[in-house]
Design a protein around this ligand. Structure first.
Ligand SMILES: Cc1cc2nc3c(=O)[nH]c(=O)nc-3n(C[C@H](O)[C@H](O)[C@H](O)COP(=O)(O)O)c2cc1C
Length: 208
């Protein structure tokens, strides 16, 4: 059975971001996609210290939820990252988590489907949405989209439940994601995954 991991970057386990993710989970259930919701935002997650130890050991030097999640991410077909908007960006905890998760894991994320979901009271949604999508688009992960940029509005879960278009966006997003996961699984069987070149790694004009 296909599986999607959903990360809740909010410190509120049942807050606005959760309410958006929950709307997606209901659709995944109907679509026969297995889900696991992982609470990130209330954990003590520090930022990457660029020690490079992960390139030798294949895991982050800080042995926390990042290392715990890595094998689940490797096995998953899709990843949804949800975050509240803090000063027009994703919140600090989820950014630290995503930096370390993506940097410390060397397994292929190619063709795992990604989706970002943001929750704001009022503004900063699209800037936050863009920042979260960057993890997917550097990793060969197709990004699922919806009928609006994936956002809900509210200061409380009750507000989000009144954001009917926001919830509709979440349902359409989950349906599109389920479709993409199935389509990619079919295409992988028929054609195999596309070739990935990695030899060039240029930081300077002379290529060294
Ligand atoms: C430190 C902090 C900064 C915030 N910055 C913004 C902001 O820039 N724009 C906004 O609309 N809401 C902002 N908010 C409000 C939350 O993003 C918003 O209420 C969100 O829906 C809460 O989601 P949650 O219940 O999942 O935590 C901020 C909240 C906090 C705690």
């Amino acid at each position: 059975m296909a599986k999607v991991l959903l990360l809740n970057g909010s410190p509120h386990t049942k807050g606005c971001t959760y309410t958006a993710l929950e709307e997606m989970i209901k659709v995944f259930d109907k679509e026969g996609i297995d889900t696991e919701l992982i609470q990130v935002g209330n954990k003590d997650i520090r930022g990457c210290i660029a020690c490079g130890s992960c390139s030798e050991k294949g895991r982050c030097v800080f042995d926390d939820l990042v290392n715990e999640l890595a094998p689940k991410f490797e096995a998953a077909d899709g990843l949804v990252v949800g975050s509240p908007v803090y000063y027009s960006s994703p919140n600090g905890t989820i950014l630290s988590f995503m930096d370390r998760l993506f940097y410390s894991t060397s397994f292929s994320k190619h063709m795992k489907v990604g989706a970002a979901v943001v929750s704001a009271r009022r503004g900063g949604n699209t800037a936050s949405f863009d920042a979260l999508n960057k993890y997917f688009t550097i990793s060969g992960m197709p990004v699922a989209s919806s009928t609006y940029w994936n956002q809900v509005h509210g200061f409380s879960p009750e507000d989000v439940r009144k954001d009917l278009e926001g919830l509709q966006t979440m349902r359409n997003l989950a349906r599109n994601m389920a479709f993409m996961i199935r389509a990619i699984a079919d295409a992988r069987g028929k054609y195999g995954l596309p070739e990935v070149e990695r030899d060039a790694f240029t930081s300077f004009p002379d290529g060294k």
